[in-house]
Design a protein around this ligand. Structure first.
Ligand code: NDP
Length: 234
């Protein structure tokens, strides 16, 4: 069955790989990002700021009007703005919380009524191993991604009886624009990964695809680390 899949942060990196995964399966993919860029083959691409509730709600209404109820939401859009907590500005704290956590909530809330009516659906939040591993300089990002786990688990219990699953993927260190330019930090991080190398965007897309499939219909409220063993036991 063709699914209507909404992917945020689809312009590049992990989000683009996820969009391409579902496009290759023949699904109807709507890609959301600030720039409005999305991979070729998307049924629709929309410029959205996920940290703005009205912007998200307008985009989701547009997607549903064009392609019907949303079957799969991948709330993937995210940013980092690292800095030591004692020097972190209010803006630095707020913008990371607003994009990563508020954005995930706004997107989930916007698709829920169509999923509940359908009595089916899969919501996948893109978390991180950061809150489990403890990364200096990422107090804002780790707090946002930890908050996402609470959001997912509350939501999972609220909608489980409607056959809607809600899960979090916690990537480790993945080779994207977010992680390029870190210089020697990349070598230090790589040394900590039991598998000895960074993950690829396809490594994440494959797990997203599984969570959105019928094979994972009994899997909900879980955090799945895809990290080459970096934070095993989280
Ligand atoms: P990139 O920086 O490569 O891409 C980020 C994406 O998010 C872009 O498509 C960007 O769109 C979009 N985006 C950012 N802010 C907003 C916003 N306010 N509204 C809408 N879209 C927005 O990141 P990655 O692909 O590396 O990361 C994707 C997700 O995976 C993030 O949530 C990140 O936290 C998480 N993650 C990544 C890891 C890694 O190692 N790469 C590790 C752990 C988690 P545009 O710029 O076009 O607006």
């Amino acid at each position: 069955m063709t699914q209507h899949v909404l992917v945020t942060g689809a312009s590049r990196g992990i989000g683009a790989a996820i969009a391409e995964y579902f496009i290759a399966q023949g699904d109807t993919v709507v890609g959301l990002s600030r720039s409005g860029v999305a991979p070729e083959g998307c049924a629709m691409s929309l410029a959205v700021d996920v940290s703005s509730s009205p912007s998200v709600s307008d985009a989701v209404k547009t997607a549903i009007a064009a392609h019907g109820p949303v079957n799969v939401l991948v709330a993937n859009a995210g940013i980092t703005h690292d800095g030591l907590a004692m020097r972190m500005s209010d803006e630095q704290w707020r913008e990371v919380l607003a994009t990563n956590l508020d954005g995930a909530f706004y997107c989930a809330r916007a698709v829920l009524s169509s999923m509940i009516r359908n009595r089916a659906g899969s919501i996948i939040f893109m978390g991180s191993v950061s809150p489990f591993y403890g990364v200096p300089g990422q107090a804002n990002y780790a707090a946002a991604k930890a908050g996402m786990v609470g959001l997912a688990r509350s939501l999972a219990r609220e909608v489980a009886s409607r056959a809607i699953t809600v899960n979090v993927i916690a990537p480790g260190f993945i080779d994207t624009k977010m992680t390029t330019g870190l210089g020697s930090t990349t070598d230090q991080m790589t040394a900590l990964i039991p598998m000895g190398h960074l993950g690829t965007t396809a490594d994440i897309a494959g797990v997203v695809g599984f969570l959105a499939s019928n094979s994972a219909r009994y899997l909900t409220g879980q955090v799945i680390a895809v990290d080459g063993g970096l934070a095993m036991g989280l």
